[in-house]
Design a protein around this ligand. Structure first.
Ligand SMILES: [Mn+2]
Length: 461
């Protein structure tokens, strides 16, 4: 339990002595009729406790004083959980229960979830602020009622009660943004499994196979090696499907001459990996596919090359955009001065997304992308600016080029656009997971075939 306790203590220190924090478990969601979606715990709650059951609320307090069985208790961690229920456990499996929350998860106090309404106001007393991510429709009202209850009591007794609420983005999510060695060990392990899955997928893909057969190989690898699940819906897009950014059907038959774009990564111990590779279904790039692939690869490598503390994600995106735009000219899709084409965003019909995102427990991980700008005098001003990378942060780098329906916005003859019909149907993205280190970066997914020669060799199996 010690890393979880250490994280809670760090959070309490960050939020200050008169602030409490409330975290709510993910609710079970119905898929259809009486079948539920697979449960996956809320990342914040898991990060702080390691507890993975639904119907739970975690309250961190520093000034709460409760009288229980004539004893004064000053809890720091209070958990509201499902009670043990042999009848239900026959159907749904073991529950930690109230005693388990104390004994296995280090709760100072634990109560049945049914007692939340009664206990929460007491726990909030003594604090004048609260950290909570509002927007949880099922829980917001309960919390506001509890705050009102605490304020009524406080008004009569001279105690404090919360009058302010803060989103966890400035405290807990800053903590989650910088990965500890424990966390990086999980992320490395997740990346190793994802690496095997991508190599296997390249080896089995062939004209005549279906996208879902390749998806099955990815999932087989994830689960066989102990990953709980895919970190997000696996994309296996062949031919024109590779140009659809969040393609999910995975039901097309691969044809000779197709490219196959796979965006898939496993989640292991609640940590995501997120990798994209693009390869020829028949194992050999055509000349035009190779030329387009080399452009995306050059953009990806150039952006990765820049990653080090102090650089912003905006700068990485800018670098990728420059290389892609130069490449679009070389490929014959655009014409004109590269700098001008970048400025006029002529690349956008072919490259419409950003070059990367935070990666961690959530595939698009928490954490602010912008921070208040510091002037030359060191004073924090009003404006927001892209924040600099720091050691321990993990990002993805994932440039791409897409000549699908989105590209139809690029009309030959307009704004530097040439006839790009020779590229139609090509969709390419290359994505790696990059750890920022004190003196640069480490590519956590470097083991996955990526150069033209490596990819063609992996396709041969
Ligand atoms: Mn990604």
């Amino acid at each position: 339990m010690s890393p979880f306790r250490a994280r809670r203590e760090r959070l309490l220190e960050a939020i200050g002595p008169r602030t409490a924090a409330v975290f709510v478990a993910t609710a079970n969601a119905i898929r259809n009729n009486d079948v539920e979606h697979d449960f996956r715990q809320d990342s914040d709650l898991f990060y702080l406790t390691g507890f993975d059951e639904p119907d739970a609320v975690v309250v961190l307090t520093q000034r709460a004083k409760l009288k229980l069985d004539d004893k004064d208790v000053e809890p720091r961690l209070t958990m509201f959980v499902r009670v043990r229920d042999p009848e239900r456990e026959v159907w749904d499996g073991y529950r930690v229960g109230v005693e388990g929350a104390r004994e296995q998860f280090g709760a100072d106090l634990a109560f049945p979830i049914e007692e939340l309404g009664k206990r929460l106001p007491e726990l909030l007393l003594g604090h004048d602020a609260l950290v909570y991510r509002w927007g949880n429709k099922a829980f917001d009202d309960k919390l506001f009622v509890a705050i009102q209850g605490a304020r009524r009591t406080a008004g009569r007794s001279g105690a404090r009660a919360p009058t302010r609420m803060f989103d966890p983005v400035e405290t807990l999510h800053e903590q989650r943004l910088r990965k500890s060695e424990d966390e990086l060990a999980h992320m490395r392990a997740a990346c190793a499994i994802t690496a095997e899955a991508h190599a296997k997928a390249m080896a089995i893909a062939a004209p005549g196979r279906y996208e879902h057969e390749i998806e099955a190989v990815l999932l087989e690898t994830f689960r066989r090696r102990g990953a709980e699940r895919a970190a997000y819906g696996s994309i296996v897009g062949s031919g024109p499907n590779g140009t659809i950014l969040h393609y999910r059907k995975n039901d097309r038959r691969l044809e000779d001459g197709d490219l196959v774009l796979i965006d898939a990564g496993c989640e292991l111990a609640y940590y995501a990996s997120d990798v994209t590779r693009t390869f020829p279904a028949n194992g050999r790039f055509t000349d035009v596919q190779r030329a387009a692939y080399e452009v995306v690869l050059e953009a990806e490598l150039a952006a990765i090359e820049l990653v080090k503390p102090g650089v912003t994600q905006g700068q990485l995106h800018q670098r990728a955009v420059e290389v892609l735009t130069r490449g679009l000219v070389k490929l014959g899709a655009l014409e004109g001065d590269v700098e001008g084409l970048v400025k006029s965003e002529a690349y956008k019909p072919f490259y419409m997304h950003k070059t990367g995102h935070w990666l961690g427990m959530d595939v698009h991980d928490v954490g602010a992308y912008f921070a208040p700008k510091r002037g030359d005098d060191g004073v924090v001003g009003d404006e927001l600016a892209q924040r600099p990378l720091e050691p321990g942060m993990v990002i993805t780098i994932e440039p791409g080029l897409y000549f699908g329906i989105g590209a139809d916005k690029a009309k030959p003859g307009e704004k530097g656009v040439k006839d790009w019909s020779h590229l139609r149907g090509i969709g390419i993205r290359i994505e790696d997971d990059i750890l920022v280190t004190p003196d640069g970066h480490e590519n956590l997914t470097r083991a996955i075939p990526k150069s033209v020669a490596e990819v063609e060799a992996a396709c041969r199996g």
